[in-house]
Design a binder for this molecule. Structure first.
Ligand SMILES: [Zn+2]
Length: 270
């Protein structure tokens, strides 16, 4: 869609048309960090080729913001560099990777061949809940934080303190209804509230237009609306069909978030 955009000092984003996905790059002194790896080895190799337009430096490290296919299926193309992610991101890739592969191939048949060649390669540098991990990516300090369940149970945010940039993964998505299929809609608002507290200048959603703190606050409010509507439905004080009309999302896309929230309220996701 477009070339690299510098969103902070030596921090870049490239917005790929496929899934309208944002891939982040942090330039260090002697290596670069890549944030998320796209849905196939072909797409990952496209990142590597596009990187050559930006820098001659080698990739020093990779982060997976969570274990969804479009964020982790390209991992093998970056080896042998270390790949960071939450401990349950590794679990998600290992345990649900083949299911995700089949579901994506069914949804997008023209992608089936390249999905078939994906070698599941989960993060090998993992961290546990509520952790802050700071590591050196080619001479640049970045932080990883787990803030609680939201889009998945393994969302990590990436903070580049000296550039005042935060990569939100799919805890935030812009320009489209967020994907709730593996989410925890009742926990999501509080998780994003913690994210908002960490925002300084720039916020990069996993998909869609880059934002700022007010964008993150707006999304937090929308997630809270979904959780509150679902709670009313759960208690029998609001009809589901009415709740669908009151979410921030198009009516034909609002049923999934509410259905998922109701499942969580019934204790079915634990
Ligand atoms: Zn995702």
């Amino acid at each position: 869609m477009s070339a690299w955009t510098e969103i902070g000092d030596r921090v870049f984003v490239r917005r790929y048309a496929f899934y309208d996905q944002n891939i982040g790059v942090v330039l260090g002194d002697d290596g670069v960090l890549v944030i998320d790896t796209r849905v196939s080895l072909r797409q990952a190799r496209e990142i590597l080729a596009d990187l050559r337009a930006l820098t001659p430096l080698p990739v020093a490290a990779v982060v997976n913001t969570h274990g969804h296919s479009d964020h982790a299926f390209g991992n093998a193309a970056f080896r042998p560099v270390p790949i960071w992610g939450h401990i349950r991101c590794a679990t998600m890739v290992t345990e649900t990777g083949d299911r995700q592969r089949a579901a994506t191939a069914a949804a997008i048949p023209e992608l089936a061949d390249e999905l078939a060649e994906v070698v599941l390669d989960p993060p090998d540098r993992t961290f546990e809940t509520e952790a802050t991990v700071a590591f050196d990516a080619g001479g640049r300090i970045v932080e990883l934080r787990y803030l609680g369940r939201g889009h998945t149970d393994n969302d990590a945010v990436v903070i580049v303190p000296d550039a005042r940039v935060l990569f939100a993964g799919d805890l935030l998505e812009n320009d489209a209804t967020p994907y709730f299929g593996d989410g925890f809609p009742i926990d999501w608002p509080a998780t994003v509230e913690r994210l908002v507290e960490l925002v300084t200048d720039v916020v990069v959603p996993g998909h869609g237009t880059i934002g700022d703190r007010s964008f993150a606050v707006r999304q937090m409010t929308e997630f809270r609306t979904v959780a509150e509507l679902a709670t009313l439905v759960h208690h029998g004080t609001l009809d589901l069909d009415l709740a669908v009309l009151r979410t921030p999302y198009p009516a034909d896309e609002a049923r999934e978030p509410l259905t998922r929230a109701l499942a969580q309220l019934r204790g079915e996701l634990d």
